[in-house]
Design a protein around this ligand. Structure first.
Ligand code: MD6
Ligand code: FE
Length: 204
């Protein structure tokens, strides 16, 4: 895993090979059959261009009530499906061997979807990293610093890449400028799926 800068942003290009990507994608789509992707709405009432679902005990969501983690799918009322085992292993290896993640946000980007610059700060504790796995079309990822005005750099995240926001970068601003449509054939119907693993609740 290579540090991209001194900030704690780390990138493991191709951490998942093509067969592992296909197996994980199938598992994600299977679980998404019972916890369907939906289009979230910002607290300000704007529909996001990204579609979302979650795996694990807690799922991140946004609606008129604000940003939060909750144990059930907003449309089905059912608990989120379990986090895929391969992701738990990646977390233990690259993020933290002791404390498991309790939340996995799944973002689906169809052509034209993007995500504005944000911080991940709805978790109880910021001492553990956030680990991200990319599947499908390449994304143009932008990362800056803890202040919104800090300079940013652009990094491409391709299918199978794993990246980590750790240490000082845990609260760095980041977002997805755009998806390079057609750069991968992995996701049926085209696009990109990103999975972010977090420890959202208290550490113990
Ligand atoms: C995405 N990623 O790659 C959006 N958050 O689609 C994130 O928002 C993100 O990549 C925290 C840590 C790593 C990430
Ligand atoms: Fe994020």
């Amino acid at each position: 895993m290579q540090p991209v800068s001194q900030t704690g942003f780390r990138l493991a290009p191709g951490a998942l090979d093509a067969p592992a990507q296909a197996v994980l994608l199938n598992e994600v789509l299977e679980k998404a059959a019972t916890a369907p992707f939906y289009r979230p709405v910002t607290p300000g009432g704007k529909p996001m261009s990204v579609e979302m679902t979650n795996f694990g005990p807690l799922g991140w969501m946004t609606d008129a009530g604000g940003y939060r983690y909750q144990p059930t799918h907003p449309a089905t009322g059912q608990p989120w499906p379990e986090i895929p085992e391969v992701l738990l292993r990646l977390w233990a290896e690259l993020a933290d061997p002791e404390v498991p993640p309790d939340a996995c946000l799944v973002n689906l980007y169809r052509e034209g979807a993007k995500m504005g610059l944000h911080q991940d700060r709805d978790e109880t504790d910021f001492s553990l990293p956030v680990l991200s796995v990319s599947l499908g079309d390449t994304a143009v990822f932008r990362i800056g610093g803890t202040s919104r005005r800090d300079p940013t750099t652009s990094v491409r995240l391709a299918s199978g890449d794993v990246c980590l926001l750790a240490g000082p970068a845990r609260l760095a601003h980041h977002g997805i400028d755009r998806i390079i449509a057609g750069s991968s054939r992995l996701v049926p119907g085209g696009g990109r799926i990103n999975l972010t693993l977090r420890r959202a609740g208290p550490l113990a």
